[in-house]
Design a protein around this ligand. Structure first.
Ligand code: FAD
Length: 405
């Protein structure tokens, strides 16, 4: 029976190990992770958990016993260091050699670090792991001010959680608006107004050039125009890069992510890659893309599990993700590629509306704010590529069911 070795015990790797057993894989499974704890969910680290509304146990994908009970050899606190493709061996950082029949790279992504003066001062934090989140939570509290470098989803969620904990938050964004990379104008404006209503401050068009400190601790963030924004801690959330070095050094095809097909197979048929580390095909858009979302990690874990256990490839899924800030639930389906029109359904001032991005009369993406039907039906429309009647789509008095009919 085949030995499957999984490198990276995160959302994708943990899910794959469980799925392999569920699909009847009888051979050995080894799950190697550099973190000290079994696979867990990251989304709550900037949301419910950070605000103190979820406990640590609720983060775990499965309790620790699950791995032994299912004959999954979980090896924490050790890294996959090198792949010997000729001998089909993964060498670990402690020197152990693991012979594999199938190797799966599930190494995720890591936060980008800013190569600027003062970046190693104490109190400058990032948010990727449970340990990062512990450090952040410990630094937040009434009377403290957090500077958030980068107005993306993780930074904004952390700002909302900081407010809930009584701390101040100042968001510094280089672009003229927040969420510039991932959302359109309407959504950026909505979230800025929402956060300002909760006392978060914003500086857009603000390029961070360095950090100021005293006694080794951060006290402020320097901007290119000479201003210094005072803070007690700074959270840097300016994007992530794939942990693709293992693949790269082994000579696998890599291009801003480990290149895989719809079975999650790399350029070596014995090696798969899943989750944030991959550059994967997206057939509905006819392009390749690196996604950073839980639904993508789950979909690719399923693809790899099917390929390894000889099941037919699962049907393609329409990508989606979400964000929670205050009492706002944002659900996003699809990606806004090549759209030529934006339609807003509902009134942003009501706190319930949806933004549809269209290419011709096809929906490319939808951002739904407290609007589950728009999200669900919108996601179906994206997947089916069916043309829509734009007038009806923009009219909230016509139900989404009727629009999609
Ligand atoms: P990860 O979960 O990052 O797991 C990779 C693991 O591999 C890590 O434990 C890493 O330490 C380990 N590793 C790396 N290199 C090695 C090595 N050489 N040897 C051994 N181990 C290694 N997604 C959503 O869809 N919705 C959200 O609301 C959302 N919110 C998020 C909030 C935060 C704060 C963060 C950080 C992420 C959020 N995401 C969200 C993204 C989501 O968590 C990721 O897409 C998902 O975790 C990807 O799973 P993965 O297994 O590919 O990577």
């Amino acid at each position: 029976d085949a030995h499957v070795v999984i490198v990276g015990a995160g959302h994708a790797g943990g899910t794959l190990a469980a799925l392999l057993r569920q699909y009847g894989h009888a051979g050995a499974i080894t799950l190697v992770g550099e973190e000290p704890i079994p696979p867990y969910q990251r989304p709550p680290l900037s949301k419910a958990w950070l605000k103190g509304e979820a406990d640590a146990e609720s983060l775990a994908l499965k309790p620790l016993e699950f791995y032994a009970e299912n004959r999954i050899d979980f090896r924490p606190s050790v890294r996959g260091a090198r792949i010997d493709r000729e001998r089909k061996v993964l060498v670990l950082s402690d020197g152990t050699e693991l012979a594999y029949d199938f190797l799966v790279l599930a190494t995720g992504a890591r936060p980008i670090r800013l190569p600027i003066p003062g970046a190693d001062l104490e109190g400058i934090l990032e948010l990727r792991t449970a340990a990062d989140a512990e450090a952040l939570k410990g630094a937040l509290g009434p009377g403290r001010t957090m500077a958030v470098v980068g107005g993306g989803y993780i930074g904004l969620e952390a700002a909302a959680s900081a407010r809930a904990l009584g701390a101040g938050a100042v968001v510094l964004e280089r672009e003229p608006r927040i969420l510039a990379r991932v959302a359109g104008e309407v959504l950026s404006t909505f979230f800025r107004t929402l956060h300002e209503g909760h006392g978060v401050q914003f500086h857009t068009g603000a390029s961070v050039t360095g950090f100021r400190g005293e006694d080794g601790r951060v006290t402020g963030v320097e901007l290119a125009d000479g201003r210094v924004i005072a803070c007690d801690l700074a959270l840097v959330g300016v994007g992530a890069v794939p942990n693709q070095e293992l693949a790269q050094e082994a000579g696998l095809a890599v291009n801003r992510g480990v290149v895989v097909d719809l079975e999650a197979r790399t350029s070596d048929p014995a090696i798969f890659a899943i989750g944030d580390v991959t550059l994967r095909p997206m057939p509905i858009y006819g392009r390749d893309f690196r996604m950073e979302s839980v639904p993508n990690a789950l979909e690719q874990a399923k693809q790899a599990a099917c390929a390894i256990t000889g099941r037919p490839a699962p049907a393609g899924e329409t990508p989606w993700q979400w964000s929670d800030q205050y009492d706002i639930k944002l659900q996003i389906a699809g990606y806004n590629f090549d759209s030529d029109q934006t339609l807003v359904r509902g009134d942003p001032a009501s706190g319930r509306f949806a933004i549809f991005h269209l290419k011709g009369d096809q929906v490319q993406a939808v951002e739904a704010i407290n609007s589950p039907p728009e999200f669900m039906m919108g996601r179906q429309l994206i997947g089916s590529r069916r043309p829509v009647d734009k007038q009806r789509l923009a009219d909230p008095s016509v139900s989404m069911k009727e629009v999609a009919a």
